[in-house]
Design a protein around this ligand. Structure first.
Ligand code: C2E
Ligand code: CA
Ligand code: CA
Ligand code: CA
Length: 279
């Protein structure tokens, strides 16, 4: 029994070391990803449910790692956040998304806007709103064309820096959306403290709106609340016609999900936008 115990212990330390080593390896590869040009953005359309038109797109980060292929954000964004690399990467995402939006606007989609995910660390950075202002100006974009998606966790326990940054961005005219709305177990008091413009209903609720009574009630309540607070509302993770039907009849204005399009490269979205102009 003793020998077995010892063996287990050795196995445990070995696998722990492997996990630590893997993390360190990801971190050092990620450090080079930006200078080596391995990061790219995919875009997922955000659709107006009444007209069926693409109004905006969410920029979603991808890492094309030469040895391992395409790496999904959930596998490296946590490492980027813990290591602080998210600051540089996040600024690149913002600049690249704005550059692409400029291209689409110049291609005849003048009203198009872009949504970019913001991590807590970025919003805590002193001078962040100045960086945003500079990037918008570089690309000749009005602040209203940019929508920053923030998770509830940032809004629930905001630092002084977060509060100052978010107020400043909103005063500039940048739109702020609450991402994954409903998944934080928060009080909703942050909705009073922050100049939020939209709620993004989490896809865990959207998944059941055609079949599950509590998902229907929750989604319906979020839509009604948004209307009373004069906030926009967008449903994420919309996959079926039944879900679209529910959202339309409950006056949800905007939706995003595989039903309308998976995250795609910029050229694919350009083609979709052009096709829409011809209809
Ligand atoms: P998120 O902001 O909630 O993004 C939506 C995620 O849901 C995306 O996964 C998207 O591909 C996926 N999705 C969209 N429609 C559907 C659908 O109909 N069904 C299902 N099952 N899934 C759908 P992705 O691209 O893997 O991104 C995961 C998360 O990574 C994002 O979640 C976001 O929190 C984070 N992320 C992505 N890009 C960035 C970035 O540039 N900066 C930061 N800070 N975070 C990012
Ligand atoms: Ca998001
Ligand atoms: Ca989301
Ligand atoms: Ca979500």
């Amino acid at each position: 029994a003793k020998a077995k115990g010892k063996g287990n212990y050795q196995f445990f330390t070995a696998s722990l070391n492997t996990a630590v080593q893997q993390r360190l390896a990801i971190e050092s590869q990620l450090r080079n990803a930006l200078p080596h040009g391995e990061l790219l953005l995919h875009y997922q359309p955000q659709v107006d449910l009444r007209s069926g038109r693409i109004m905006s797109a969410e920029a979603l980060l991808r890492w094309l790692q030469p040895a391992r292929g395409m790496i999904q954000p959930l596998d490296f964004i946590p490492v980027a956040e813990e290591s602080g690399l998210i600051l540089k990467i996040g600024e690149w995402v913002l600049r690249e998304a704005c550059r692409q939006l400029r291209v689409w606007r110049d291609d005849g989609h003048a009203g198009m806007s872009i949504a970019v995910n913001l991590s807590a660390r970025q919003a805590m950075q002193p001078g962040f709103s100045d960086v945003v202002a500079a990037i918008l100006e570089e690309h000749g974009l009005p602040p209203e064309a940019l929508d920053l998606e923030i998770t509830e966790s940032v809004l629930m326990e905001p630092s002084e820096e977060n509060i100052a940054t978010l107020r400043c961005l909103s005063a500039m005219g940048v739109r702020l959306s609450v991402d994954d709305f409903g998944t934080g177990y928060s009080s909703l008091s942050y909705l009073k403290r922050f100049p939020i413009s939209a709620l993004k209903i989490d896809r865990s609720f959207v998944a059941g709106i055609a079949t599950d009574a509590s998902d229907m009630a929750i989604t319906d309540t979020i839509i009604a609340m948004a209307r009373h607070l004069h906030l926009q509302v967008i449903a994420e993770g919309v996959e079926t016609a039944e879900q679209v039907e529910f959202l339309s009849t409950h006056a949800c204005a905007l939706a995003q999900g595989y039903f309308f399009g998976r995250p795609m490269d910029a050229d694919c979205l350009t083609a979709l936008l052009r096709q829409q102009e011809q209809e």
